[in-house]
Design a binder for this molecule. Structure first.
Ligand code: HEC
Ligand code: HEC
Ligand code: CU
Length: 406
């Protein structure tokens, strides 16, 4: 068992010790008294009854009130501790947890996903629980937390890891054949390691010009995606034909580097038709030549598409994150579904619309296996593979390519 030095565990343990302690005391006290009475008042020593009491009000009151009070303190203490498990402290990091047959998936505020629950030491963590299929139960013995995970319902647990380490997570609700494999861990990392983990190796690939646009507040007035704003959108400006007013005269011009440079330093020189001349001039001391040039370059080259996260899809990671390995092994052994080992070169026998057919595994088949798992069901396996609607086409493609290599 792991360290108990964390708030949820301390709360639960104290109640347990209290109730167990009182019970043990009662057991010992009552047993000793009983043994004493059995010996002291045994028949061989006392052949005749020595007293004939029919009632004692005082005694009745004491032995009714005392146990009631003791049981009430147990209730009170348990209730307070239960509230401690339900009331999440301020500043908790919220992580989404999705349970499925037979794996856990955690999603962090920055959109990152993982099969293990990574948390920083010293910060409370609120885990929002949902299930996509059947009833599961999220159980972390080291933190003394356990909560049912119900499809169609949101629930939560919270905990705070106080020491770095790896803590077991179990599913505590029988949820099908591989229920016992539905295990993972909480990985508590110290602050520095967690920051490193949370900021994946993805470098800041954002073009400098875009960063500058945000830093100087240009995006407060200008959209980058063509949508309307206080100022004209900066989307696809290069070579655009626009109408401006120059010294009260309307004229047409084509957007080029000179025009853009002027728009930044002297925005009132050419005022775009349909807009108020409210853009502040950005002088050299605010925006030096190099930065101005970076912005102009960005506006000219980039076609100013909305900054989308550059993301290389990793098939293997997607397979791990989406719980495929809960049902599919990679070493040839049989789990709930067929092993991925050698899948790319396999000929499988499936039932398609009730007919037995043999087919060679290829990209199309794998795509269908993910999108319509019940269309072709592999012989000798139950049709329990879930449909992964939440995967985008690109993600499916990455997984398919990865599976072909297996
Ligand atoms: C307070 C709002 C505001 C801010 C901040 C602002 N602008 Fe503008 N911008 C405007 C308005 C309004 C116009 C249209 C009127 C005009 O041409 O002066 C404009 C026009 C422009 C144009 C010409 C667009 C076209 O379609 O021809 C460019 C280029 C431009 N701004 C770039 C920038 C850059 C770069 C920054 C940041 C360094 C910035 N703006 C900050 C309001 C703003
Ligand atoms: C709940 C268990 C379960 C999960 C989770 C699961 N599968 Fe399956 N999968 C099965 C079963 C059972 C079969 C065989 C029956 C069938 O074809 O529907 C199967 C079949 C397949 C096949 C066809 C295999 C063959 O030998 O022809 C592929 C490919 C596949 N799954 C990929 C995946 C991927 C990728 C994921 C994760 C995104 C995944 N599965 C998640 C249970 C599961
Ligand atoms: Cu489960």
């Amino acid at each position: 068992m792991n360290s108990l030095n964390n708030p949820t565990a301390i709360g639960v343990d104290n109640v347990l010790i209290y109730i167990f302690g009182i019970s043990a005391l009662m057991l010992v006290g009552i047993t000793l008294t009983m043994i004493y009475f059995v010996i002291r008042y045994r028949r061989s020593k006392n052949p005749q009854p020595t007293s004939d009491v029919h009632g004692n009000l005082w005694l009745e009151v004491v032995w009714t009130l005392l146990p009631t009070l003791i049981v009430m303190t147990m209730f009170w203490y348990g209730w307070v501790s239960y509230l401690g498990l339900r009331n999440v402290p301020d500043g908790a990091l919220e992580i989404k947890c999705t349970a499925r047959q037979w794996s856990w998936q955690f999603e962090y505020p920055n959109g990152r996903k993982s099969a293990k629950l990574y948390v920083p030491v010293g910060q409370p963590v609120k885990v929002n629980l949902t299930s996509v299929d059947v009833l599961h139960s999220f159980f972390v013995p080291a933190f003394r937390i356990k909560r049912d995970v119900v499809p169609g319902m949101e629930s939560y647990v919270w905990f705070k890891a106080t020491e770095p380490g790896s803590y077991d997570v179990f599913c505590a609700e029988y949820c099908g054949v591989s229920h016992s494999k539905m295990v993972t861990t909480v990985e508590a990392l110290n602050k520095a390691d967690y920051a490193k983990w949370a900021q994946p190796a993805v470098e800041n690939t954002e073009p400098r010009g875009l960063t500058l646009l945000k830093e100087h507040g240009c995006t407060g007035c200008h959209s980058l995606d063509g949508s309307a704003g206080v100022g004209p959108s900066l989307f696809q400006l290069n070579g655009k034909q626009i109408e401006v007013k120059t010294q009260g005269q309307e004229r047409k011009l084509t957007v080029d580097a000179d025009y853009l440079r002027r728009s930044i330093r002297e925005p009132k020189a050419d005022v775009v038709e349909g807009f108020q001349p409210i853009m502040p001039a950005f002088e050299k001391d605010q925006l030096n030549e190099a930065d101005q040039q970076a912005i102009v370059d960005y506006l000219l080259n980039q076609n100013t598409q909305p900054a989308s996260k550059p993301q290389k899809l990793d098939g293997q990671k997607l397979i791990e994150e989406n719980g495929c390995l809960g049902c599919h092994s990679t070493d040839g052994s049989r789990l709930a579904g067929p092993s991925f080992k050698g899948l790319g070169t396999r000929t499988t026998e499936v039932k398609r619309e009730g007919k037995e057919i043999k087919l060679k595994v290829d990209a199309d088949y794998l795509r269908r296996a993910l999108r319509q798992p019940n269309y072709e069901v592999v012989d000798d396996y139950p049709a329990i593979m879930p449909t992964f609607d939440q995967l985008s086409d690109a993600e499916v493609e990455a997984i398919v390519q990865e599976l072909l290599k297996k």
